[in-house]
Each structure stands twice: as structure tokens, then as C-alpha cells.
Write a protein that binds this ligand. Structure first.
Ligand code: ADP
Length: 193
């Protein structure tokens, strides 16, 4: 059985995490952020060290390790009763993050909608990330060179995922609005899928 899925998609700083957390509080929706799964790893574990190595440079963690970790996490949360695949829609944030990951997850995800949070003003996103660095103590947000690399990785590796799913599934949402306006646009889309 494939998992009924809504993908939250957008550049670093576009507000995926903010919206995902809110959507995850709605009955019948389960929020899963791949970056949070990585950050919850023990920093002394093998994969924890691999994550720090790549994320501190602003690069993606290799695909096999990422998809395996994500599968284990969703299985564990299913066993713990936090996620019920028959009842819940997964709100997925941060994965798939390139075309290879999208292919690897093709047999697992039934993607009903991809919500593309768009923000043409890159400076605004850099500002958001720098504010988040202070608030959430995130090393990968603190350094301007690392932020630039992440935005470049987004353009080159992540954006092609939009073509993979195609225009019938993709919904553009203006991420420069206030959080409540963004939420309102998102709800209008997901109420129909
Ligand atoms: P942001 O959306 O702001 O980049 P995330 O928390 O989603 O923040 O990701 C932080 C870092 O975690 C990424 O820069 C990357 O190193 C790693 N990461 C998260 N998700 C993936 C993924 N699907 N594939 C590879 N690396 C990932």
C-alpha cells in the first residue's frame, strides 16, 4: 500500500517547517520533516557524523542513507502508533530532495499534491535563515557561504523534482505572504485532494 502524501516543497527558508508543524496538528495529517529526523540522530553515531559532515557544508546527505533512514523512521512511528498509514495523510517536508530520491520513493508515495512555496526574493530567504540560526541554534544557517551553497543545491538538484511530479500535482503558493495567509492558501488546496 502506498502512503497518501502531500509534499511541502521550497527553498531553504521558504517556510516549509513552519507550515508543516501546523498541518501536523490537524487530525488525519502526520508531519514528517527529513531534516528533523537527521537532527535527532545521536551526533556520535555513524550516520549522525555523516549528517554533520554534509549539512555543515550545505550539501545533501547521500541518497541511499537518507531514504533508508526515512523509511526506518516512518516504520518506527507507525509501530509506535503515532502514524497510521490507513487513516493519515503524510505531510512530507524535505524529502524527496532530488530526482533520484523521487524515483526511489515512487513505489512508496502516492503524491496527491506538491505544495511549492515560492519566494522570488532570495535576500528575504537569507534573512529568514539567519534569524533561524540564532533561534534554533542551527550551524548550517549561521554561515553565509553555507546558505549560498544550500540555495544553489536547491536550484540545481531539488528543483528538478517539480518536473518529476508534473504540473497536475504541483501547486504554487506565494511564500512571501504572512504565515496565516500561506496556511490559508495551502488549506484551500489540500481540502480538495
Ligand atoms: P532546509 O530546508 O532549511 O534546508 P532541512 O532541515 O530540511 O533544512 O535540511 C537540513 C540539511 O539536512 C540539508 O541541508 C541536508 O544536508 C540534510 N537533508 C535533509 N533532508 C535531506 C534529504 N532528503 N536528502 C539529503 N539530505 C537531506
Amino acid at each position: 500500500m502506498k502512503l497518501r502524501t502531500i509534499l511541502l516543497f521550497g527553498a531553504p527558508g521558504s517556510g516549509k517547517g513552519t507550515q508543516g508543524k501546523i498541518l501536523g496538528t490537524i487530525p488525519g495529517y502526520y508531519h514528517c520533516a527529513c531534516g528533523d529526523v537527521f537532527r535527532n540522530l545521536n551526533a556520535d553515531s555513524r550516520l549522525g557524523r555523516v549528517f554533520l559532515e554534509y549539512s555543515s557544508r550545505g550539501e545533501l546527505v547521500p541518497d541511499e542513507a537518507t531514504v533508508d533512514l526515512w523509511r526506518n523512521n516512518i516504520q518506527a512511528n507507525t509501530m509506535l502508533g503515532r502514524f497510521n498509514p490507513e487513516r493519515d495523510t503524510v505531510v512530507l517536508d524535505g524529502i524527496p530532495r532530488n530526482a533520484a530520491q523521487a524515483k526511489m520513493l515512487q513505489g512508496t508515495l502516492d503524491v496527491r499534491a506538491l505544495l511549492h512555496l515560492t519566494c522570488p526574493d532570495r535576500n528575504k530567504m537569507v534573512e529568514r535563515l539567519q534569524r533561524r540560526a540564532l533561534r534554533d541554534n542551527r550551524l548550517d544557517d549561521a554561515n553565509l557561504d553555507v546558505i549560498r551553497t544550500r540555495l544553489q543545491v536547491y536550484d540545481q538538484e531539488t528543483k528538478p523534482v517539480l518536473d518529476f511530479y508534473g504540473p497536475d500535482v504541483v501547486h504554487d503558493i506565494n511564500a512571501t505572504q504572512t504565515p496565516v495567509e500561506v496556511l490559508s492558501d495551502i488549506l484551500r488546496v489540500i481540502a480538495k485532494v
